[in-house]
Design a protein around this ligand. Structure first.
Ligand code: B12
Ligand code: SF4
Length: 751
């Protein structure tokens, strides 16, 4: 006998329902689809299968608990294709024990609508905007700020979220148009370093829309910049809401607030103005066991733009002692996803990425990938994740980052150190393609100022261990800092970077135990000499010639402020006020000459940043052959930058002829004599700035050779550009800016 189900005053064969459920399962498996796309598709399939037009379809939830609500007359057909409907968060808010008489897991159920269910199903519309200064970051990466908040809201079934990511080409105008169309209850803008002016442009337009079109959306800003400078936002926009720290709980509360379920003062982690006073509510740490896979709505566009995938497996940092790192917004507590969650999220992203031809290569964005658990269990956690990865995804590759003392630490036991080697071995085996190591300096005095808790010797051993395990490394290096007293510190750094006995050849571990390897790389000079790769350290520096950014809220700015008090001199420029666009202070170097060299180096970085960032971003997603070529360009750029600094330091130390290492390098481009003559000429220039400008212009000629080579490769088809020619544009821009020496972020200072 046919089994019949009543739904919306109609009778349906149960087989029809089974078909709807099975179609729904297939659809929600496409985790990159937006709820709106799923809704439209479900409306059509319902019509095809039943010949009826439903009143409305609502899709809510995320990967695991995506739920479909098909509304017809007074009923709702609720389908939860991949999880037990009895656990549905929205229905459990509706009525706690609504499934009391149902003992087995179910995937769908027809429910009679009442006012409370109708109220729960009114999901406030939320728009989340990720800003981007596209000239600086032409290649996108999955944005986790908006993706994490969106996934959390969907998982809790509290809002209907749309993500607008300017990395994908949205202009302010288009964001405003979408805002007018969607008319959300809440719009959130994520404001990162360098995006303040862009944010103001957008916020001005949004408030204007609210006035002109009578919209009543609450406007919320979050991420680092508003958290660093709330006053500035409040003085410009007194009605704005600022979310500080993690946004997940704030947004859930904001959604409840729009439905009058809670008061503003009960919203987690929020700042707002009341009677001209800033009210700041408590921000709870997000429970990591509840953190879902970030929303992948933008995945298809990221694939189109050859962008990269990224994910966080941990949050925060409990080392928290680096003097240049502000911890207020990003938290001192280290929390982690469980092994199962990590593997599940990786699987979601890899599988979805594959559908659109994105390589199985993920960039882990963790602040502190390794972390610390009681009894050194953090190494076991990572080993378990690695084993999960290589048993399930043998092709998988990922990049991550770590501090040097997460690799090697003489203060810890030998067993601890050997276990770390084992851990990094498993990381390599599970596809760790590149590890970014926060080395920061090759000079112990500077390392102390940076609060790294490491020595240059420790950095060297850590790099030897990693490279001996066959792990590709990149290192973070902050060449200049404001408290640097002499050129000797820079020279020490340069000598460190030129060392060729640190990056090792990969060692076959089939005949050597982890313990043996530990002793060999820490004690055996002959072994080290025999197995060194001969590559200089500068070839693996991520950003060459960087200066310390004295960020707001850091121990470093406190040291400077103390120095001002004790010396009664002022070092902080702009009347002691920070640049709230970059969340940092402009600080005078205690040694003028070093300040001038740092300034010129920053101009060098900025003139090359957009093109090299594009090369770097394309390298992340290129085929093996193109990857090699792009990588060689990155190394050449590093090499030119390194020797530029060697040249400048030698010049300022009074040298009148080229040093041996410089000659060796310049021979490659046949330019020894031209640089020898330049050195003589530049020595005649008296002003520091003029001398440096002359050096920059001279060395830019070598960069030009590199840019021409990149351009040739593009023209001859050795390199593939993005579909909208972002590399070509970067090359042309570089060329047209030749000889113009200015700082990128000055262009975005408030006008
Ligand atoms: C990717 C990245 C970059 C990219 C940016 C790429 C791009 N296209 O924009 C690059 C490499 C260019 C970069 C550069 C810099 N970065 Co960076 N970067 C990161 C990284 C690794 C990942 C960011 C991320 O995805 N986070 C994960 C998401 C979930 O966290 P989130 O963005 O903070 O979002 C949460 C909250 O902020 C909040 N929230 C965010 N947006 C919104 C919006 C609204 C409306 C609301 C309500 C809430 C909210 O809720 C979110 C979920 O909880 C972080 C490390 C990290 N794990 O955060 C460092 C990090 C943000 N960078 C940092 C720094 C210092 C920089 C630099 C200044 C220099 C440097 N040392 O690298 C430069 C500045 C760039 C410039 N000149 O403009 C620091 C920030 C300092 C701090 N502790 O506060 C971090 C934390 C790394 C660190 N520990 O040192 N960075
Ligand atoms: S720089 Fe990295 S290790 Fe240092 S305090 Fe910040 S997050 Fe922690």
């Amino acid at each position: 006998m046919k089994k019949i189900i009543s739904f919306g005053n109609e009778e349906f064969d149960v087989l029809v329902f089974d078909k709807i459920v099975s179609y729904s399962r297939e659809l929600v498996g496409k985790i990159w689809l937006t709820p709106t796309e799923m809704q439209d598709s479900l409306k059509d399939i319902f019509k095809t299968l039943t010949d009826k037009t439903c009143d409305k379809v609502i899709v809510s939830g995320e990967t695991e608990n995506t739920t479909i609500y098909i509304l017809l007359d007074k009923d709702a057909l609720v389908i939860s294709p991949s999880s037990d409907l009895r656990k549905n968060v929205l229905l459990n808010r509706w009525r706690l024990n609504w499934f009391n008489d149902i003992v087995e897991p179910i995937n769908y159920k027809v429910l009679r609508m009442d006012d409370k269910l109708r109220f729960e199903l009114q999901l406030p519309k939320v728009v989340l905007v990720n800003l981007c200064v596209i000239e600086n970051y032409p290649i996108p990466r999955l944005n986790l700020s908006t993706g994490s908040i969106s996934a959390f809201l969907r998982k809790e079934q509290l809002a209907d979220v749309t993500i607008l990511d300017m990395q994908l080409g949205y202009t302010i105008e288009q964001v405003v148009e979408e805002y007018k169309n969607i008319q959300p209850a809440l719009i959130g803008v994520s404001i990162n370093f360098g995006q303040k002016q862009l944010a103001f442009d957008l916020l001005d337009r949004l408030y204007e829309c609210n006035n002109v079109h009578n919209l009543s959306s609450e406007i919320v800003v979050g991420n680092l910049i508003p958290a660093f400078s709330p006053n500035e936002f409040f003085s410009r926009y007194p009605e704005i809401l600022i979310s500080y720290r993690e946004g997940e709980y704030s947004w859930c509360d904001l959604a409840r607030y729009t439905k009058d379920l809670i008061r503003k003062s009960e919203i987690d982690g929020l700042m707002f103005l009341e009677d001209r006073e800033i009210i700041k509510t408590v921000a709870k740490d997000v429970d990591m066991t509840q953190v879902p896979t970030p929303s992948l709505d933008t995945l298809r566009d990221i694939a189109r733009l050859k962008g990269a995938l990224t994910i966080e497996t941990t949050r925060g940092c409990d080392y928290a002692k680096c003097t240049f790192c502000p911890r207020d917004h990003k938290l001192n507590s280290w929390r982690f996803l469980s092994e199962e969650q990590t593997l599940k999220q990786l699987k979601d992203i890899i599988n979805a990425g594959k559908k659109f031809g994105i390589k199985s290569h993920i960039y882990l964005a963790d602040e502190e990938f390794v972390g610390e658990m009681p009894n050194g269990k953090e190494a076991d956690r990572i080993i378990a994740i690695c084993k999960g990865i290589y048993s399930e995804f043998p092709e998988f590759k990922y990049d991550s980052s770590a501090r040097a003392d997460s690799v090697f630490d003489r203060k810890k036991s030998i067993e601890w150190n050997i276990k770390r080697i084992e851990m990094w071995y498993h990381c390599k085996k599970s596809g760790l393609d590149r590890l970014f190591v926060g080395v920061e300096s090759g000079c112990d005095r500077q390392l102390k100022r940076y609060g790294k808790g490491t020595t240059s010797e420790q950095n060297i051993v850590a790099l030897r261990i990693l490279t001996a395990l066959g792990i590709n490394i990149r290192i973070g290096f902050v060449m200049f800092d404001h408290l640097m007293e002499s050129l000797d510190d820079i020279e020490e750094n340069i000598n460190f970077l030129e060392r060729t006995d640190v990056i090792m050849q990969p060692i076959a571990l089939d005949k050597m135990s982890f313990e043996d390897l530990f002793h060999k790389v820490t004690e055996d000079k002959d072994f080290i000499a025999k197995h060194s790769s001969g590559k200089p350290i500068y070839s693996v520096v991520s950003y060459m010639l960087a200066s310390l950014e004295v960020l707001m809220g850091t121990p470093y700015i406190k040291i400077i402020k103390n120095l001002e008090k004790t010396t009664k001199k002022s070092f902080i420029l702009n009347d002691g006020k920070p640049d709230s666009n970059m969340g940092r202070y402009s600080v005078k170097f205690i040694e003028n000459k070093i300040g001038a060299i740092s300034d010129a180096s920053q101009k060098w970085i900025d003139s090359n940043f957009p093109i090299m960032y594009t090369v770097k971003s394309l390298h992340k997603v290129a085929s093996i052959k193109e990857k090699k070529l792009l990588y060689s360009y990155m190394v050449t750029h590093r090499e030119i930058s390194h020797f530029y600094l060697r040249y400048v330091v030698n010049l300022f130390k009074g040298s009148t002829s080229l040093s041996e290492d410089l000659k060796q390098f310049l021979k490659k481009t046949d330019s020894v004599s031209s640089f020898s003559s330049h050195l003589i000429e530049v020595n005649k220039i008296s002003g520091i700035e003029e001398r440096l400008k002359s050096c920059l212009t001279k060395w830019q000629k070598l960069m030009e050779l590199l840019i021409d080579e990149i351009s040739d490769s593009l023209e001859t088809g050795k390199l593939t550009d993005t579909y909208d020619e972002r590399l070509r544009i970067s090359i042309d821009t570089w060329k047209s800016n030749m000889g113009i020496w200015e700082l990128i972020n000055e262009q975005f200072e408030e006008k």
